[in-house]
Design a protein around this ligand. Structure first.
Ligand SMILES: NC(=O)c1ccc[n+]([C@@H]2O[C@H](COP(=O)([O-])OP(=O)(O)OC[C@H]3O[C@@H](n4cnc5c(N)ncnc54)[C@H](O)[C@@H]3O)[C@@H](O)[C@H]2O)c1
Ligand SMILES: [Zn+2]
Ligand SMILES: [Zn+2]
Length: 343
């Protein structure tokens, strides 16, 4: 069985793997049909992802089909089409026992800390599979990305009479925007990139966008859009230390700031401002199993449509050649999807 492995930063290779064994108790053997590529994969390729280890088979955004199940598996059966919750948790640490399976103390993400889905078949704990009877594999592969936005909005918990500012309109920001809109709060999106803001306006139906120029004009614009109060929830999805530091100044009194983007640098916050406004600062990591169930339902019923996000598709044999191109801004990639097998 052929697989694609990132042997070390900037160096993919094809490897031969033995056929997987039959699934053990609680496991499922799955055939991989679609793999979404995201910023984490690009950072892993560039050697800029602090938690990434090598060599590694990438792939954590997966649309799969169940080939066989092991003893005791009742949530899925052979032939089921599923999204994969790629967060492998230990089930025993204090975090897991309290239901925070997204931030297990011994957490491993498929394709980041352990091998992922850029291979025809693999074994996965069956409890990490979420079935849909109607979605295409490509739609199932995008459920995980949406999970990141869903969890970030759950953390910020905007109410219908509040406003949300999403900073950064990359794929993670787009997934946040979907759930900001569903919350009923007034949704504002800010980015440096005008084409990305245009996409938000024309495809995502976002009414209010702001080009971040860093000249203070954005504060005036935010005041105008929020009746002077400033946004009640700010979600920073940039991964930029500069933006994350600045983001606190965009929050309303008693506001919540959610960091869903990740930086490896330190963030310094002006405490007088934080104290005076009694701001809450929240991290947001991964997503929870009920988020996957909810997202599948939202796509099935047509509330969310991620198909316009997929700008690039490629076959398994072309991934190694194509991957470096997707890193170039001029490629215009929002989401690239790898097709393995025929749907
Ligand atoms: N919380 C999680 O579990 C989780 C999961 C996956 C990815 N991430 C992180 O989410 C972040 C975003 O991922 P992505 O794939 O969407 O990245 P991306 O690079 O495609 O998008 C980031 C966007 O932010 C914009 N931006 C950068 N600096 C800005 C600034 N100063 N002001 C306004 N906009 C600015 C960019 O123009 C870009 O459109 C990354 O840091 C990634 O590591 C978090
Ligand atoms: Zn991802
Ligand atoms: Zn755990």
């Amino acid at each position: 069985m052929k697989a694609i492995q990132l042997e070390k930063p900037q160096h993919f290779r094809r490897i031969d793997l033995p056929e997987p064994s039959a699934p053990g108790p609680g496991e499922a053997l799955v055939r991989v049909h679609r793999v979404g590529i995201c910023g984490t994969d690009y950072s892993g390729y560039l050697g800029k992802m602090p938690f990434y280890s090598y060599p590694r088979i990438p792939g954590h955004e997966l649309g799969v089909e169940v080939v066989a199940v092991g003893e005791g598996v009742i949530n899925v059966r052979k032939g089921d089409h599923c999204a994969v919750e790629p967060y492998i948790n230990c089930q025993t640490c204090s975090s897991c026992r309290r239901g925070h399976t997204n931030c297990c103390e011994n957490h491993q993400t498929l394709g980041v800390h352990c091998d992922g889905g850029l291979r025809p078949q693999f074994l996965v704990p069956a409890r990490k599979l979420h079935v849909s009877r109607t979605l295409a594999f490509e739609q199932l592969a995008l459920v995980e990305t949406l999970g990141i936005g869903c969890h970030a909005i759950n953390r910020g918990n905007p109410q219908p009479n509040e406003s949300v500012l999403v900073i950064g309109a990359g794929p993670i920001g787009l997934s946040v925007i979907e759930f900001a809109k569903i919350s009923g709060a007034r949704t504002i999106v800010m980015d440096l990139s005008e084409p990305r803001l245009d996409f938000c306006k024309t495809v995502m139906g976002v009414k209010h966008t702001i080009v971040a120029k860093g000249d203070g004009a954005e504060i005036e614009r935010l005041k105008e859009l929020t009746d002077g109060s400033m946004p009640h929830v700010v979600v920073d999805a940039t991964g930029s230390q500069k933006s994350m530091t600045q983001a606190l100044t965009y929050c309303a009194f008693a506001g919540r700031l959610v960091f869903v983007g990740i930086t490896s640098q330190e963030i310094a916050v002006p405490h007088p401002l934080m104290h005076r406004r009694e701001l809450s600062l929240l991290a947001s990591r991964n997503a929870l199993a009920p988020d996957f169930t909810r997202i599948i339902r939202l796509i099935e019923e047509g509330t969310i449509d991620t198909r316009p996000w997929i700008t690039h598709r490629t076959g398994f044999d072309d991934v190694i050649g194509q991957f470096p191109n997707w890193l170039k801004p001029e490629s215009g990639v929002i989401k690239a999807v790898v097709e393995i097998g025929i749907e």
